[in-house]
Design a protein around this ligand. Sequence first.
Ligand SMILES: Nc1ncnc2c1ncn2[C@@H]1O[C@H](COP(=O)(O)OP(=O)(O)OP(=O)(O)O)[C@@H](O)[C@H]1O
Ligand SMILES: [Mg+2]
Length: 219
Amino acid sequence: MKVVEALNLEKTYPDGTRALRGVNLSVERGEFVGVMGPSGSGKSTLLHLLGGLDKPTKGKIILFGREIQNLPEDELAKFRRQRVAYIFQFYYLLEDFTVLENLTVVGEIAGVKEPKAKALELLKFLRLTHRINHKPHQLSGGEQQRVAIGRALITNPKLILADEPTGNLDSAEGERIFRLFHELNKKGITFIVATHNENLVPFFSRVLRIRDGKLIEPP
Ligand SMILES: Nc1ncnc2c1ncn2[C@@H]1O[C@H](COP(=O)(O)OP(=O)(O)OP(=O)(O)O)[C@@H](O)[C@H]1O
Ligand SMILES: [Mg+2]
């Protein structure tokens, strides 16, 4: 089963920057795909488009069998909610909420059963139990990153789009997170992970290389 497909995807930002220049890809259920390329090559732009967080200038995106590029915003949000979770490169945590609330709010919106128990369990794994009543600005970068990961996991998504999810973690913590991702992947969750960390290559079932807004075909 195809989880997401991109057909001739182009993205030109309002200032004229051509961030994606004709990307074609197809990801099957159960894959653990790495999107790798230098800074500015279009990784974040591609992940945003695949998850329906931004619209392409041209081309099609088929997410869980549904063409999404023309869907109205509210319908798209609803369609995404139970299926896709996004781990942002720059977290976007709710600043006025505690760590625990950052997870439970998202869990409640997504209709998760017992969101608080689930949140506490995730935060324990993420080694944040001692920080659950803190606000994001009181946390280190790596701690905020782990909250963002917890927030993505609480909705039981079928697809996780992760943008440099371990960029702010030391290598031991990063490895722990990737091992968790692997366990989730074995249970059928599909991952697409953007990174420029070549040490993560062994974790991926397939690596897509991107340069200047285009995927490079493997030799
Ligand atoms: N909102 C925006 N407006 C204009 N240009 C943008 C915008 N967002 C990104 N870009 C440009 O689009 C190109 C691709 O950016 P993108 O953020 O997708 O790269 P990236 O591969 O994720 O880089 P990094 O590894 O640094 O996160 C870059 O040239 C960037 O400057
Ligand atoms: Mg990026």
